[in-house]
Design a protein around this ligand. Structure first.
Ligand code: P53
Length: 479
């Protein structure tokens, strides 16, 4: 890297999306239904509901999303206009294996991603691809109970192998499971569903179910890393972690320990991905609770051999926690143990805005794993107003991103962090994962569609579009 430039010449500036949140075409080209195709829209106060099948009279926002399936050429051209060096998306598993357990992949689905990646490459945009981003085939939930079942390891690695072979010469940067650690919040139905395809039974021990499912995912990820490297040794295969650092609310020793335990609870997944072993705190927890998790000697070997090349992570916000007297084992529960941080503001969805937390996160990962890092999501979900002349003035979005890029620069320059790239989330407006809304917008590109599904789907450039174009053109110098 240059002496005055914090970011290397190959720095991967770009943007990020996920298949189910923008493609639409949910039943086109032989695609099977995914879990997100039977999940309703919610809003800031209403949870999304998994209905198990498509029910009449419900609003399923992912069915059409922003119709990227039919409009991707126009959209990729806009990304190219911003100067993107890379574009992060995911492969909808059920386009390739409609039910999830076929022996032969769906050629039409594979062809769609050939065309998409070719379009990117034609604009010198490097595709960055997540294999599983909250969108497993519904068939795997119905037939196998999702990741409760060890069989999923083989079904996932079959899917991964097909993708690695097919796109061997088109895609170099991969990630296995998006935000695999969201399920640390296992009392949250949505987190269990999107990470593991688990619909908890009444009275079921959700914590145990989560540890078992996550173990199978970690083994599947390790296997995929090994398979991928055998197919193309140049592949860079990472994990993907939702990083919300958990701060202690005070310097009371119990609060410090509580925050530490919360970090272990949320990030042991990264330990396994990056270090290839379970940390002692997880083994001790399983022992204390009498959890008989199905972990074989072969699994443990695979975990060691299939460690990731880099840590991909999302960063939107930080958390703060306080110890409660009755919490004898310092167990972290996101519903009971999060407190408001008085030093930061929050978005309209209550997400705490903390740019310094990004620098903290970059340092934390570097100290713990010593691996290259890739910020594969960051951004500000906000209500935008389209003016009569079609423009959208979004200085709040620019402020958020600028403040985060400044911190990311400091982490590289002053802390020596090895940073591969930066792909702000939802570079084009898309369906929110958490709420199913269209109007929780992250994009540089506005998409004319509202929460009820009305709109022309027309694309237009927000003010932040020109700003980000300038950031990329100056390699982060002019913010
Ligand atoms: P939405 C929770 C906490 C942090 C990130 O989220 C999260 C979630 C799940 O909602 O998800 C990631 O759309 C995820 C994306 C998602 C994005 O953050 O709820 O990887 O799919 O859209 C933003 O505002």
């Amino acid at each position: 890297r240059g002496l005055t430039m914090p970011f290397s010449n190959g720095f991967l500036w770009g943007g990020a999306v996920a298949a189910h949140q923008l493609e639409g075409g949910w039943d086109c080209g032989g695609k099977g239904p995914s879990i997100m195709d039977v999940t309703t829209a919610g809003d800031v106060n209403t949870r999304r509901r998994f209905t198990g099948e498509v029910l009449p009279g419900e609003n399923y926002p992912n069915h059409e999303a922003i119709d990227f399936y039919h409009r991707f050429r126009e959209d990729i051209a806009l990304m190219a206009e911003m100067g993107f060096k890379c574009f992060r998306t995911s492969i909808a598993w059920s386009r390739i294996f409609p039910e999830g357990d076929e022996l032969v992949p769906n050629e039409e689905g594979l062809k769609f991603y050939d065309e998409l990646f070719d379009e990117c490459l034609a604009h010198d945009i490097e595709p960055v691809v997540t294999l599983s981003h909250f969108e497993m085939p519904l068939g795997l939930v119905n037939k196998y109970g999702g990741w409760r079942n060890r069989k999923l390891i083989d079904l996932f690695t079959r899917f991964a192998t097909v993708c690695f072979e097919r796109y061997r010469d088109k895609v170099t940067y991969w990630m296995t499971f998006n935000e695999i650690n969201n399920q640390a919040d296992y009392n949250n139905d949505f987190a269990l569903l999107v990470d593991s395809g688990i619909v908890a039974e009444p009275g079921e021990n959700r914590e145990k179910a989560m540890y078992q499912a996550a173990h199978y995912e970690l083994v599947a990820s390790a296997k995929a890393v090994m398979i991928g490297h055998a197919i193309n040794p140049n592949f860079q295969i990472g994990c993907m972690i939702a990083m919300c650092p958990v701060y202690p609310a005070t310097c009371k020793p119990e609060d410090i320990l509580m925050a530490h335990k919360a970090m272990e609870h949320r990030y042991y997944y990264a330990d396994v991905h990056a270090l290839g072993t379970y940390p002692p705190n997880i083994i001790a927890l399983w022992d204390r609770k009498g959890y008989d998790i199905d972990v074989t000697a072969e699994d443990l070997m695979l975990l060691q051999e299939g460690t990731v090349d880099y840590i991909g992570f999302s960063y939107y916000m930080s958390f703060a926690t306080q110890w409660r007297e009755e919490n004898a084992h310092f167990e972290f529960d996101e519903t009971a143990d999060l407190v408001k941080n008085p030093f930061v503001k929050a978005s309209d969805w209550g997400w705490q805005i903390d740019p310094v937390g990004l620098r903290y996160a970059l340092n934390w990962f570097t100290d713990r794993y010593g691996l290259p890092l890739f910020i594969v999501e960051n951004g500000f979900g906000a209500y935008d107003k389209k003016e009569a002349d079609g423009s959208v003035h979004d200085p709040y979005r620019v402020d958020y991103l600028r403040a985060h890029i400044e911190q990311m620069k400091l982490a590289v320059e002053e802390d020596g962090v090895d940073l591969m790239g930066y792909t702000p989330w939802g570079c084009i407006d898309l369906v929110s994962a958490g709420t199913g809304e269209m109007e929780k917008r992250y994009g540089f590109i506005y998409v004319d569609k509202d929460n009820q599904g009305n709109g022309t789907l027309e694309r237009s450039r927000k003010d932040s579009f020109a700003w980000y174009q300038k950031v990329i053109a100056t390699n982060g110098e002019d913010l």
